[in-house]
Design a binder for this molecule. Sequence first.
Ligand code: ATP
Ligand code: MG
Length: 333
Amino acid sequence: MSSSTQQSQASMLAAAVPVVSVRGLVKNYGDVQALRGVDFDVPAGSVLGFLGPNGAGKTTAIKILCGYLAADAGSVSVCGLDVATHALEVKRRIGYLPENNPVYTDMRVEDFLRFAARARGLSAAAVRNGIDRVIVQTGLAEVYRRYVGQCSKGFRQRVGLAQALIHDPELLVLDEPTNGLDPLQVVEMRALIRELGLTKTVIITSHVLPEIEALADNVVLIHRGKKIADGPLATIAADFSGGLPVRFSVSCSASQFEQLLATLPAQVVENRRAAFAAAMPNVHAAVVEVDGPSGVAALAEAAHASGYPLLELTPLGGSLEALFQSLRFGGEG
Ligand SMILES: Nc1ncnc2c1ncn2[C@@H]1O[C@H](COP(=O)(O)OP(=O)(O)OP(=O)(O)O)[C@@H](O)[C@H]1O
Ligand SMILES: [Mg+2]
């Protein structure tokens, strides 16, 4: 057998064996059922987008996966190791950037990274090499002598990413890594994650679809502790060939708006009347779902026919966005 055939067989095998395997994961906090039997795999070398509205159970699943929280039922294996019985070995293979990035603000960047490396039990040489490597990898050269607390939020997030990479893990787990960053910092952080995704298996959680669209190969969508979709984004989007969400607002009284909603050729996803009631009592907005572009035109006609001034009519995106919007407006439950 030629070495190139052996190599391609080895890479096919690596692609076939998932780095992470989650089966029947259940977790309750008292009466709150945070996870109600979640299964998914993360293929080696892929970027998984773990998507769900606030309170869906993402952080809970991530903490269990990284060995920081015990499940009530189900199992997780990382690189073939069961997290429940091999937590320490699993932690060696994972770089974890927790939600809200807990960093020590009163340490210099360099000292914080040294601290993180030593806490992981790296040898003196590995500590030095690790710091040099992550400073380049995460673009920290200009701030590494600064106090973490004096760094911008974007750089602080990079410091969090750098500590997650210090031991050169196979799997990188990032819980809402762009949350709270300004738009430019979001772009920079995404570029960094995209680059890391070229050489590592990555799980990234988010409660916003565009984040996942920008970064992930595959998506696991969870809602109220249950998985509701799993696969490449394009496949999932095709499966949810539901309506197109449109936000529109008109100027009329509250009761006139209710009547208008009842007669529209569309499904009401969200009635935002309350949001405007105090500031602009005569402006009412809703998100409705229509059947594609022709439905948008029909909606515009219906609004026009009502005689109330139409202030806005904005299609919000594709069918997956529609599904996701409806989950978000459905709340945590
Ligand atoms: N320590 C806890 N004690 C009690 N309930 C909790 C605890 N942690 C989370 N929960 C609840 O469990 C559910 C799942 O929470 P989790 O933080 O896993 O969701 P999430 O998808 O990460 O949400 P977010 O997008 O807001 O970060 C929520 O209803 C939450 O209120
Ligand atoms: Mg969370």
